[in-house]
Design a protein around this ligand. Structure first.
Ligand code: ADP
Length: 321
């Protein structure tokens, strides 16, 4: 009558669990205890690895109950020992789950087991604009218009709900199988408690960060997203972020001095240039509003802006036809 150890030493258990986390085609169970005391179990098949962020790893998850395929952001609880990290994740969940818009990654559901927190999101099959621009080198202005309209639509919704995203960049602009843009990753987002409130926490991604966040004197608000939108528009059309250098300090210095230019060898319309220059204003109060951006000539150049681009443009420019 051999006795198996009841409690294997904790570090061993942790290692085994970590190995398990990297396995695909395993079943993840969500246990729900109902008010009656009855426990129900929902099972998900953990499939393909989709990508990795700061703390999270992302996999496709198929609900065995509904057959629905989702993206699961898996955050190990071991990475949430500091109360700040836990608060950040809770804030991300609280903000993201309250948002419902065609151009924002849908928040399905979240749950936890002993080792991880699982955030189930709408699956975006076609990666992000970052991979697309890398593959294509740069996009055409028609594509930039098409994506810009969708991004502005999501931003109008966010700002209308007093949410600042604060980390807008190509890598957080996901593409669905229908080639719809979805803004994702609300890890740095902030919900204002009242209109006019200013935020002070330094956050954002070096290339896309607004100058007033770097200065940190006055506090910042919605205009930081407008700045990042300007950086995104430049990057889509030119193929490289405007302030990019090989080290972060120099990039920050360039942002504070507003030192960027349009390279001679890349074609760009006067309208696109003018809009980017209007947006990349060091003074946040002088930046255009989202409606003023949509009214700009860049969006009224005589062509019809396609609602969606064909999937062929993931790898090749749209045909002129
Ligand atoms: P973090 O907040 O830790 O940076 P992200 O939210 O950026 O994590 O997700 C990390 C990676 O997971 C992304 O770069 C992407 O490759 C993938 N990913 C995240 N969300 C989705 C999604 N909804 N659909 C498909 N892939 C996703």
């Amino acid at each position: 009558n051999r006795q198996l150890p009841q409690n294997p030493p904790a570090p061993v258990q942790q290692t085994q669990q970590n190995q398990q986390d990297d396995q695909i085609n395993t079943i993840v169970e969500e246990k729900i205890v109902k008010s009656s005391g009855e426990t129900i179990v929902k099972r998900y098949l953990k499939g393909k690895f989709l990508g990795k962020g700061g703390f999270a790893k992302c996999y496709d998850f198929t609900s065995l109950e509904t057959k629905k395929v989702l993206a699961a952001k898996i955050v190990p609880k071991a990475s949430l020992t500091k109360s700040r990290a836990k608060q950040k994740l809770m804030s991300e969940i609280r903000i993201h789950r309250s948002l419902h818009h065609t151009n924002i990654v849908g928040f399905e559901h979240f749950f936890e087991d002993q080792v991880n927190v699982y955030i189930l999101l709408e699956l975006c099959h076609n990666q992000t604009l970052n991979e697309m621009v890398k593959r294509r080198k740069r996009l055409t202005e028609i594509e930039a218009q098409c994506y810009a309209v969708q991004i502005i639509s999501a931003l109008k919704y966010l700002h209308g709900h007093r949410v600042i995203h604060r980390d807008l960049k190509l890598g957080n602009l996901f593409l669905t199988d229908k080639m719809q843009i979805k803004i994702g990753d609300f890890g740095l987002a902030s919900k204002l408690d009242f209109e006019g409130e200013k935020k002070r926490t330094v956050c954002g991604t070096p290339n896309y960060i607004a100058p007033e966040i770097l200065e940190g004197k006055t506090g910042h608000s919605y205009e930081v997203d407008v700045w990042s939108f300007g950086v995104i528009l430049y990057t889509l059309i030119i193929g490289k972020p405007p302030f990019e250098t090989s080290d972060v300090k120099t990039t920050y210095r360039r942002i504070r001095m507003n030192a960027y230019s349009f390279p001679d060898h890349v074609p760009i319309s006067e309208e696109a240039k003018a809009l980017i220059q209007l947006i990349l204003n060091l003074d946040p109060t002088k930046r255009p509003s989202l409606d003023e951006i949509l009214d700009h000539n860049f969006f009224h150049m005589g062509n019809t802006i396609p609602r969606l681009m064909p999937a062929s443009t993931l790898a090749c420019p749209p045909s002129a036809a």
